[in-house]
Design a protein around this ligand. Structure first.
Ligand code: AMP
Length: 281
């Protein structure tokens, strides 16, 4: 596995693979890799002859009071996992090479409406930060396909919309959420949980599952399902930010006869957890 810091080096490597006819798949991450990330890597290996992974803790997508400084950085262990999985190239850019004029001076991409809902409402600028770095990475790597987790469902839709609107050629592929045995979605942020919080965290998945069961059983009072879900979180000592049944394609409020997504975000102590499940058509 080649490890590169330089965008120009990555461009050159990918160009030569493509000239040889290889398909290239790309998995952007912030590192601290777990089995959820590795599912994306596996899917990438199945879809292409060459796989590029990036690790970059993108400051643009963190708010001023968020966890940028304490975000876990485990590069040595990550490199080992990626190397044994058979990844061809790991891109680990320095902040200065992606944002040479500084974080506040970079041209930014905003995805209207879709990025303002749900997590976008409580994390202003977050999805613009994500869309901007992903657009830059797409331009550097120029992948045939790129893989994103459904764990961050709104992010997946934002990236898909951006790629479509700005005519990126890459196919944006969504990969189902990988969970712990008790249902908790794997996340680098789970490491922030105390043992006692970790024991309570699966209630997020349980409340979402309960909402899906109600919908599948024919319940259509979306507001009641949302209130009940938020209450289940509160009863377990979580502070819900939102618990919402949405249209699976647009994230607009749920309507009859369409596929839905039930999404929730909640604080557990100092940790912010998000998760979601599909439901309906
Ligand atoms: P992150 O390192 O948190 O930015 O995540 C990098 C990619 O891995 C994103 O596309 C995430 O949606 C995806 N991802 C994170 N956790 C999971 C999970 N539990 N299952 C599947 N994909 C995940």
């Amino acid at each position: 596995m080649q490890v590169m810091e330089s965008p120009a080096g990555v461009r050159e490597a990918v160009r030569s693979w493509r000239a040889g006819g290889a398909r290239v798949a790309f998995v952007p991450t912030m590192g601290n890799l777990h089995d959820g990330h590795m599912a994306l890597v596996q899917a990438a290996l199945e879809r292409a002859e060459r796989v590029v992974v990036s690790i970059f803790v993108n400051p643009l997508q963190f708010g001023p009071n968020e966890d940028l400084d304490r975000y876990p950085r485990t590069l040595e262990a990550d490199m080992q996992r990626l190397r044994s999985a058979g990844v061809d190239l790991l891109f680990v850019p320095q902040e200065a090479s992606l944002y040479p004029q500084g974080r506040d001076a970079v041209t930014r991409i905003s995805v209207p409406k879709l990025a303002d809902e749900l997590c976008g409402a409580s994390r202003p600028g977050h999805f613009s930060g994500v869309a901007t770095v992903v657009a830059k990475l797409f331009n550097i790597v120029d992948p045939d396909c790129s893989l994103f987790g459904e764990k961050d469902y709104q992010q997946l839709l934002v990236i898909r919309r951006m790629a479509h609107d700005l005519d990126f050629a890459t196919e944006v592929v969504g990969i189902p959420t990988v969970r712990e045995a008790d249902g908790l979605a794997m996340s680098s942020r789970n490491g922030y949980l105390t043992a006692e919080e970790r024991a309570r965290a699966p209630v997020l998945y349980q409340a979402l599952s309960q909402a899906v069961q109600q919908l599948e059983a024919g319940a259509r009072d979306f507001a009641a399902i949302e209130t009940q879900g938020a209450q289940a979180l509160r009863a377990a000592g979580l502070q819900p930010e939102y618990f919402s049944v949405r249209d699976a394609d647009t994230l607009l409020p749920a309507a009859q006869g369409r596929a839905w997504r039930v999404l929730a975000a909640a604080r557990l102590g100092s940790t912010r957890l998000i998760d979601n499940l599909p439901a309906g058509a």
